[in-house]
Design a protein around this ligand. Structure first.
Ligand SMILES: Cc1ncc(COP(=O)(O)O)c(C=O)c1O
Length: 487
């Protein structure tokens, strides 16, 4: 749009800036956004110093003033506040599940917020709801799920999982559902057990199935647990497999779990929150084999598509079951809403009023094209393999397994296991203190392990090489000191 096309200035209203004022505000915001993104490669991957000082800063914690303050001043405060904590969009952030935060999704958010159409019901914004429905269809097609599939975009995997469990409860249990039991591996994300509890089940309704040496669910143990529960008069109703565990990136034997689910009439839930979008790649498709058989599948675009936090997704193979579990009674005030022929997301989710969340996925997919995402995810698999190779060659490190996706875990090679725990903890601390990369840790087979998760569209070979060099350098010092201490 060129400048001549601008409509005449609107009258001034205090809460609705005129065109020229809006341009000034947006220009300041744009400058801030561009400089923030430009600074990312050079800024620390975390800064956890002086947090209490920042939390007590009266500039940060000020009550809203009677009269407004300039945006530049507010951006300054915001920038200071954001400087503390973990810098998740940084290319050096490799802890927990990283969140790159596509800037183009933020552009979509800005536009969606200005359009401000609620999308819980299709009638106020039918074509926008259709675009979001197409995003869901595209995601279901990735897994070859049938036309009957329906789902919703949520704020994250936890909410999506809650809807999945509620749907499974309605679909598989009748009468007193509290005798129902659900099965997860000991590596499953806690949001599944939490969802079962939130869905009204007692805490002990969740059975923890052991995993094998590769941290994948032991399917034989699953069968035995289901048999034992049936013999005790309980009602097994759901099994959850994970397509990429948070701890180590392990992919459960999804096809075998699906076989058990069919045989035992269990709802087969797949938690693909972290690993799901690797399905875009050939290697990912091979590794996630069986995810396509899910009754419900949770996948997080705010992980695997690098979107800003607040974007999860639920797909349910028989969408009608999702609707039956979530639709509300009609209300008199809704009588003017006409049927569009489209599904109303409110009938398939917990929410009624909701933002136009789909644009945050639709716009980047159309702007960059699917290939850009596929090749970024392919690169993540390469970088994880590279890091694994670098660390495996180092005699002072013990690397656990080959990465099944983009997560690598390691320990210092010290003879005494307790000393190895302490040495590895110290290693992670030293690497993180340098600020260039930020790692986290977990427990593998009951032992402390350093953990690297590569899932950020800004990360590159150089930063991974830097991470490997830093881990190896500190491992050298720590293992040497530990050996000297033993003498
Ligand atoms: C495998 C897995 N499932 C579920 C979750 C929970 O996702 P969310 O934070 O989007 O609720 C995570 C988060 O890291 C995860 O890695």
């Amino acid at each position: 749009m060129d400048n001549d096309a601008h409509p005449p200035e609107r009258p001034t209203r205090p809460l609705d800036p005129t065109g020229s004022r809006l341009r000034t505000l947006l220009a300041q915001a744009v400058d801030y956004v561009v400089s923030t993104v430009d600074r990312l490669p050079g800024s620390p991957a975390s800064d956890l110093t002086d947090i209490h000082h920042m939390l007590a800063d009266p500039r940060v914690r000020a009550a809203p003033p009677r009269d407004g303050r300039p945006l530049a001043e507010l951006l300054d405060v915001l920038d200071q506040a954001a400087s503390k904590g973990m810098n998740l969009p940084s290319p050096g952030f490799m802890a927990f599940t990283p969140g790159g935060g596509l800037v183009t999704a933020a552009i979509a958010d800005l536009i969606a917020d200005v359009l401000n159409r609620p999308t819980g019901v299709a009638f106020p914004a039918p074509a926008l709801v259709a675009m979001e429905t197409d995003v869901l269809r595209w995601t279901a097609d990735l897994f070859g799920m049938p036309d009957s599939t329906m789902g919703t975009l949520t704020t994250g995997a936890s909410i999506a999982t809650l809807s999945a469990v509620i749907t499974a409860r309605h679909a598989r249990l009748t009468g007193d559902f509290r005798r129902g039991t659900a099965y997860v591996s000991d590596q499953a994300h806690p949001c599944i057990a939490k969802a079962v509890r939130l869905a009204g089940f007692p805490r002990d309704a969740v059975r923890t199935v052991p995993s094998d040496a590769d941290q994948r669910m032991d399917v034989r143990a699953l069968e035995l647990a289901v048999d034992a529960d049936r013999a005790a008069g309980l009602h097994p109703f759901l099994v959850a497999g994970t397509a990429g565990t948070t701890n180590t990136g392990a992919v459960d034997p999804l096809s075998s779990i699906a076989d058990v689910a069919v045989r035992e009439r269990l709802w087969f839930h797949v938690d693909a929150a972290y690993g799901g979008f690797f399905q875009l790649t050939r290697r990912g498709r091979d590794r996630l084999h069986g995810a396509d058989r899910a009754d419900s599948l949770v996948i997080d675009p705010h992980k695997g598509l690098f979107l800003p936090f607040g974007t999860g997704c639920l797909l349910v193979r028989q969408g009608e079951l999702l609707r039956r579990a979530h639709s509300a009674d009609s209300a008199a005030y809704r009588q003017d809403l006409r049927d569009t022929g489209l599904a109303d997301f409110a009938d398939y989710s917990i929410e009624l009023s909701r933002d136009f969340r789909g644009l945050r996925i639709w716009l980047p997919l159309h702007l960059h094209g699917v290939e850009a995402f596929r090749s970024a995810l392919d690169e993540m698999l390469d970088l994880a393999a590279l890091l694994h190779a670098e660390l495996s060659h180092d005699p002072r490190l013990a690397v656990t397994g080959r990465p099944q996706l983009s997560t690598v875990t390691f320990r210092c090679r010290v003879a005494d296991p307790d000393a190895a725990d302490a040495a590895t903890r110290e290693l992670v601390r030293r690497v993180n203190d340098e600020g260039r990369v930020y790692l986290s840790s977990t427990w593998v087979d009951g032992r402390y392990a350093g953990r690297v998760c590569i899932l950020n569209h800004r990360i590159d070979r150089d930063r991974v090489a830097e991470a490997a060099a830093s881990i190896r350098r500190h491992a050298g010092d720590i293992v040497k000191a530990s050996a000297a201490g033993r003498r």
